[in-house]
Design a protein around this ligand. Structure first.
Ligand SMILES: Cc1cc2nc3c(=O)[nH]c(=O)nc-3n(C[C@H](O)[C@H](O)[C@H](O)COP(=O)(O)OP(=O)(O)OC[C@H]3O[C@@H](n4cnc5c(N)ncnc54)[C@H](O)[C@@H]3O)c2cc1C
Length: 547
């Protein structure tokens, strides 16, 4: 069981500015960590679905609105108990936001613009969910159940670069390996602390024995010279030469030859690193929800959706756009339009679970209470965009030894994310933009041509000359806030709104129940979608058993 964590909360800027700032620098990971700090985060306590005891009356019918992971979870689990479940889905495919773009995949914007992916066979891009930490038990439960193969997704790779145009001093505008900054920053701070400890600065706080232990730790942590406690650089920050056959002259030109196989690169000066602020981009310990090693479904994250679809696909009516929800004491009536034929139909059921994004549901005709209507419009619709480019050579692997992970630019929304699949192949898909908040709004207004040009220009700061040379003229971009049947990346709750409205949304609204990541403690995570369904089906079953 994972316990809720509560890191320090910022208090001098608004939540909105804070989250957007986090997104700009750390991508969705930083936002999620921040949400966690704002008490909206980690809450994966349930590891398996609820054990629903007994069977409902024959013919008990549940209408489920939306065939995302929340809707399909509900249909699967209730179906096992004997409920007659039917899913009404507006899109022509199952999975909701759990999508991957590969050749032929089409997404439609709210304006009706169709964006079709034309990547080469075997290439794909996770333009929605793309990573899973291992403690998201609910997702792993279905990965196992539906036999979805998974593989490692490299979240942290110290060989990636960091480049900040606005960094001060000699490191400003220079691309440097993350590992160099991390090693030097830790080395110098360890040196300072070790020397201060040795000079008696901590005599009041620590015993002799503790001081010795601390010094030993700092020597190891900072790769310090044990004799004078200084940091002189380390081979582990990076090497300039490597020859496995040992022909490098150990007394050769490099500053600090370690052996005759490798020679160490030169450490930056402490002042330079401090001036640049680059050291502040990293933490010694990865955040709980973004460990260095994460997981992804082999062949695309949408394979998780395909797993669900294999189990409940026959219960789904596609291209069926819900228009209206009405209920009486013993019935829910859902009106939807068959978007293929244009016909309008009505379905009746004993219960209804809606997973339709709140921003969309709030615009439909319903007889939900005013309190509920107020709750549905309370969260902000998170603006999120992504762009990926197909490259005809994996130069980041061949030339820079980068296999997965990312490089970071000091431009909001611009991160170069390397694929964690297809290593050593010929071509590859690089994610070149991941925008949030205002940056996503601006990015979403660009034409595809402008997006690509901008991404290539910016990414060349990390890989000079390579992006323009190897761009394969194939790109795919999504702006979730402009995407039909999503209209947002996820729901962004302010803590006060969440406290006020969540109890309403989690309570039965007559015979209608709300599920989806937006009613979970983790909007923007698949685990939230699944656990929301688990919570609501338990309530429905308890009620059905009493009836
Ligand atoms: C950019 C991005 C990155 C993400 N990264 C991660 C990640 O790394 N890891 C992770 O675990 N999660 C991630 N997520 C979150 C994850 O995608 C969601 O939490 C999850 O897919 C939500 O599932 P859901 O069933 O609650 O909602 P949805 O998948 O949105 O399902 C709702 C369904 O309702 C349907 N619908 C809408 N309107 C109507 C209508 N009028 N009538 C009928 N049907 C309708 C939709 O078509 C959709 O199928 C990310 C999401 C985004 C956008």
């Amino acid at each position: 069981m994972v316990k809720r964590t509560s890191p320090d909360q910022p208090h001098t800027i608004s939540k909105r500015e804070f989250l957007e700032g986090c997104a700009a620098f750390g991508g969705v990971s930083a936002v999620m960590t921040a949400l966690n700090g704002l008490d909206m985060g980690i809450a994966s306590a349930a590891e398996v679905p609820p054990n629903l005891m007994g069977s409902p009356k024959k013919g008990s019918k549940v209408l489920i609105l939306g065939a995302g992971l929340a809707g399909m979870t509900a249909a699967y689990e209730l179906g096992l108990r004997g409920y007659d479940c039917k899913i009404i889905e507006a899109r022509p495919f199952a999975g909701g936001r759990c999508q991957s773009s590969r050749a032929g995949f089409t997404t439609t914007t709210v304006d009706g613009e169709k964006r079709t992916c034309d990547f080469d066979e075997g290439q794909y891009f996770n333009h929605g969910p793309w990573r899973l930490p291992s403690f998201h038990h609910a997702v792993f439960h279905y990965i196992r159940k539906f036999g979805v193969p998974i593989e490692i997704m490299v979240q942290e790779n110290d060989l990636g670069y960091v480049q900040y145009d606005n960094a001060s001093g000699p490191l400003g505008g220079k691309r440097v390996r993350k590992r160099e900054i991390k090693a030097d920053m830790r080395g110098y701070t360890s040196e300072l602390l070790a020397k201060l400890t040795n000079q008696g600065a901590l005599d009041e706080q620590l015993t002799n024995r503790d001081r010795e232990k601390l010094t030993d730790y700092l020597i190891r942590e900072g790769f310090l010279d044990a004799k004078d406690l200084s940091y002189k650089g380390t081979i582990h920050r990076g090497i300039t030469e490597f020859n496995a056959m040992g022909t490098i002259d150990p007394m050769g030109s490099s500053e600090r030859p370690v052996n005759n196989v490798m020679s160490a690169s030169k450490a930056f000066a402490f002042k330079e690193i401090l001036q640049s602020g680059l050291g502040n981009s990293f933490q010694g310990v990865t955040t709980i929800d973004h460990p260095a090693t994460m997981y992804q479904a082999v062949g695309g994250m949408d394979q998780i959706a395909r797993g669900f679809e294999r189990a409940v696909g026959e219960k789904i009516t596609f291209d069926a756009e819900v228009l209206e929800l009405k209920q009486s004491e013993d019935n829910v009536a859902v009106t939807y339009r068959d978007n293929k034929s244009g016909e309008t139909r009505v379905e009746n059921a004993n219960f209804c679970i809606t997973t339709i994004p709140l921003g969309i549901l709030s615009k439909l005709k319903t007889d939900l209470s005013d309190q509920c209507k107020e709750a549905m419009v309370a969260p902000r619709k998170m603006t999120v965009g992504k762009l990926a480019l197909q490259m005809n050579r994996r130069f980041w692997e061949e030339d820079d030894n980068i296999y997965g992970g990312s490089s970071t630019l000091g431009i909001p929304g611009h991160t170069v994310i390397y694929p964690s699949y297809g290593y050593c192949g010929k071509k590859g898909i690089i994610q070149s933009a991941y925008t949030f908040g205002r940056a996503a709004v601006v990015h979403g207004k660009l034409s595809m041509k402008q997006k690509v040009e901008q991404a290539i220009k910016r990414s060349e700061r990390i890989h000079p000359g390579q992006f323009s040379k190897h761009y394969d003229n194939k790109a795919f971009s999504i702006d979730w806030h402009l995407t039909r049947f999503s209209e947002a990346g996820w729901a962004a709750w302010a803590p006060s709104d969440r406290a006020k409205h969540m109890p309403v949304l989690r309570a039965p609204q007559g015979r209608i129940y709300f599920a989806g990541d937006h009613v979970s403690g983790l909007p923007g995570w698949q685990v939230g979608a699944i656990e929301s369904a688990w919570t609501q089906i338990e309530k429905i079953h308890a009620r059905a058993m009493k009836a």
